[in-house]
Design a binder for this molecule. Structure first.
Ligand code: UT7
Length: 326
């Protein structure tokens, strides 16, 4: 059996820490409100000179090192992001150049917070089809440039970071067992950026109207998220004919601690079997799962042959799950 196996992970968080107390000085909010409603205590913010590809590069170097591969071994680079360096070229091409990955193709995936699992699906399919042997998949975001620092309903939530995984062709039973992808574009305006594309190009009016920033109807998004995640997790379990107790570790997208706890409860999993990083990084969208994965690999929580469940929900709306035999 041919599988796509994750053979190395890496992550990078910018050095600058912004705490809830720092935000209290900027907007009308409180450390108590943010912790109680989200679980977030602090987040990282990229330096002025850092763009998404710079964060992606740092995470990629670590993932390649962990995999024991050179950039020249890569057949494809996938970057999941909603905050690309520029509209063109894609961020994967910029990363390909930085890494000097001479033979690699380069493609961005925008499925917002579900981007890393969407990327796993593409990478796994290409490896199983024999199209590629080694694929670098990165989730990277500089959301601090896309949030409105005057809007307390969003700016307290998001952070910057990057996580990377190297996937490799593997003859055996370990690897990405399945991925399950969903979307509902009819709910797009629950979580979106209105301007800056072909629909509403940048003008003085769009800038004055603060239309280039993330807007979210948080409470409505929350309700859809909990329902959708329950369904997509169930789908992964049924597809693989496994019971929740057979899962060794849940690595969820980090949008809200209450959503993460609800999923753990639904699966009857103690929180010790759930990777939580939201307190220190906030919501880093496509980067949140690979950053959490890397942390759990490096601190020994993920061991060979473990059954790992991933789930994510985000703008689009999109949601997804994946089951991995590590
Ligand atoms: O990763 C992509 C997917 N995203 C998600 O899944 C996020 C889903 N949503 C959420 O995580 C939560 O809905 C939020 C954390 C965004 C908000 O929590 P909530 O419990 O749903 O609060 P709410 O939006 O219903 O707002 C409650 C109150 C409001 O005041 P009133 O109208 O009750 O007087 C808000 O104005 O809290 C107020 N509020 C704040 N207060 C202090 C909103 N933001 C803040 C803030 N500080 N930063």
């Amino acid at each position: 059996m041919i599988q796509a196996r994750i053979v190395g992970t890496g992550s990078y968080a910018p050095k600058k820490v912004v705490t809830n107390h720092d935000l209290e000085k900027l907007i009308e909010t409180s450390d108590e409100w943010i912790i109680e409603r989200t679980g977030i205590k602090e987040r990282r913010v990229a330096e002025k000179h850092e763009a998404t590809s710079d964060l992606a590069y740092e995470a990629s170097i670590k993932a390649l090192k962990a995999a024991g591969l050179h950039a020249s071994d890569l057949d494809l680079i996938l970057v999941a992001t909603l905050t690309p360096d520029v509209a063109m070229p894609n961020t994967a091409c910029i990363l390909q150049h930085k890494l000097n990955a001479k033979k690699a193709g380069a493609l961005d995936i925008n499925a917002a917070c579900s981007g890393f699992i969407y990327g796993l699906s593409v990478a796994s399919a290409l490896i199983k089809a024999g199209t590629a042997e080694n694929i670098l998949l990165v989730g990277a975001e500089v959301l601090s440039r896309f949030v409105d620092w005057q809007d307390r309903t969003t700016c307290v939530l998001f952070g910057d970071g990057a996580g990377a995984a190297v996937l490799q062709r593997h003859a055996g039973k370990r690897g990405i067992l399945s991925t399950h992808l969903h979307a509902d574009g009819s709910l797009a305006d629950l979580l979106h950026i209105e301007a800056g594309g072909s629909r509403l190009p940048s003008t003085h009016e769009t800038v004055d109207g603060r239309m280039h920033y993330v807007k979210m109807r948080g409470n409505e998004t929350f309700k859809v998220a909990v329902r959708a995640l329950e369904d997509v997790v169930q789908e992964a379990l049924e597809f693989n004919k496994i019971k929740p107790e057979e899962i060794d570790l849940l690595v969820p997208h980090q949008a809200n601690l209450r959503i993460i706890q609800a999923m753990a409860k639904r699966l009857n999993m103690p929180m010790e079997k759930v990777v939580v990083t939201i307190q220190k990084y906030g919501n880093t969208s496509a980067a949140s799962i690979p950053m959490a994965l890397d942390e759990a690999v490096r601190d020994g929580r993920i061991k060979e042959h473990n059954m790992i469940l991933l789930e994510a929900f985000g703008g689009g709306l999109t949601w997804a799950s994946a089951l991995i035999r590590w």
